[in-house]
Write a protein that binds this ligand. Structure first.
Ligand code: ADP
Ligand code: GN1
Ligand code: MG
Length: 367
């Protein structure tokens, strides 16, 4: 789907019940999936009211109504349990009292209150900020402990079903639509060699060791708002992928992104390693945020969650590269390949420090 043009954007804005007179709308954030805008309104008294407008990516989310229903359910539930209203995102309704507006071209739009006086870090700048991001996601788990996870739609079916992701990867490889496979034999081998690992979490779930919970599924630091003055955790954002899932994959995705010593698309792999101190800090922050809500079995699977999310993300980048970069936004032709290589380097580093990771999480078990 093409990006919406100016007319479509301003038409979308007009459908929401905003406070004040709209003054402007500017592109905002660097997400890989949605298009985000900051909408600024002026109140009659001269004060400003800011909103966040997003067009939901309908290539990724085939049923945006279900995405919005999940978000509405979870944010309403959270509003009933949080201590401070800034701890939860607030959807702004349309004039027809709906949580989204679908325009005649098929774009689906939604609006949130802008979280004022907050910051959002592309990468955590220091261990304290990383701790706060972890705490925010742990708190999210805790607040939703009694929420019936199975009432949520699976908005991207099999999102973290790694065996299924592996099957899809093998299909992309077999088709080799762009003739790119031959040049990436080493990366392909890396994925194939670990095929026995991919069912570990699903098997643990079947064995009763890993309960179904509400998972966020995109736990990067840029999906957490921190208070601008104190850098304390406020709320988690980017709720499109809330689904029934596992706590350990939320933990793992954050490690994959935030406990790496380099960015997701670093070309110099010698710079890419797992930062064990950051792993420790995130473990502490996440489990402090959860405040005893996770089971010991679950805690022991945090390293598996980390490795699973990293190898899965790597194989998704590689599959997308083989398919011609149709899913992730890319800035240059080898972008997905660079991204997959950083993920595989991290996986190798996790494997090299496996016992250390297991010992770190063991300290937090109650029994
Ligand atoms: P994507 O799925 O594209 O990552 P996000 O929902 O994460 O979309 O939004 C992209 C960026 O927009 C965020 O990283 C954050 O900087 C900003 N943002 C999103 N929602 C809000 C909000 N309610 N208040 C302030 N900033 C926001
Ligand atoms: C996507 O939208 P963004 O950038 O927060 C992706 C995640 C990947 C991530 C990799 C819906 O997240 O699953 O881990 O890119 N989201 C979706 O950077 O596929
Ligand atoms: Mg995001």
């Amino acid at each position: 789907m093409r990006k919406a043009d100016l007319e479509q954007i301003s038409n979308a804005v007009k459908n929401f019940n905003l406070s004040g007179k709209t003054r402007g709308c500017i592109p905002y954030g660097n997400g890989h999936i949605n298009d985000t805008f900051m909408v600024i309104c002026n109140e009659p008294d001269g004060s400003e009211h800011k909103y966040v407008l997003q067009s939901v990516n309908c290539n990724v989310f085939k049923q945006p109504e279900q995405v919005m229903e999940n978000i509405e359910k979870v944010t309403e539930y959270l509003r009933g349990v949080v201590n401070n209203p800034r701890e939860v995102l607030t959807l702004v309704k349309t004039f027809s009292d709906t949580t989204y507006y679908k325009d005649k071209d098929g774009y689906c739009w939604r609006m949130y209150d802008f979280v004022d006086d907050s910051i959002c870090l592309e990468r955590p700048e220091n261990p304290d900020d990383f701790y706060q991001c972890a705490y925010a996601f742990g708190k999210f788990q805790r607040y939703l402990t009694d929420f019936p996870a199975d009432t949520l739609y699976e908005t991207i079916p099999d999102f973290h079903n790694t065996p299924k992701r592996y099957e899809n990867f093998l299909k992309a490889l077999e088709q080799d639509k762009c003739g790119r496979a031959a040049a990436v034999a080493e990366e392909i081998e890396f994925v194939k060699k670990r095929c026995d690992f991919y069912s570990v979490l699903l098997d643990s779930h079947k064995a009763g060791k890993l309960p179904l919970r509400v998972s966020h599924n995109d736990t990067k630091s840029n999906n957490v708002m921190l208070d601008a003055a104190t850098h304390k955790a406020l709320c988690v954002i980017d709720l499109d992928t809330i689904m029934p899932g596992f706590s350990v994959t939320d933990f793992g995705d954050a490690i994959r992104f935030g406990a790496s010593t380099a960015s997701e698309d670093e070309k110099d792999l010698s710079k890419v390693n797992l930062d064990i101190e950051m792993f420790k800090i995130y473990t502490k922050g996440f489990l402090d945020g959860c405040k005893g809500q996770l089971q010991d079995d679950e805690i022991m699977l945090l390293p598996e969650g980390s490795k699973m999310m990293t190898i899965e993300c790597g194989m998704r980048f590689l599959a997308d590269y083989l398919e011609g970069d149709v899913y992730f936004k890319t800035a240059y032709p080898e972008h997905n390949l660079d991204r997959c290589r950083t993920q595989f380097k991290l996986v190798a580093d996790m494997e090299a420090h496996w016992d250390e990771l297991k010992n770190i999480v063991k300290e937090y078990c109650k029994g």
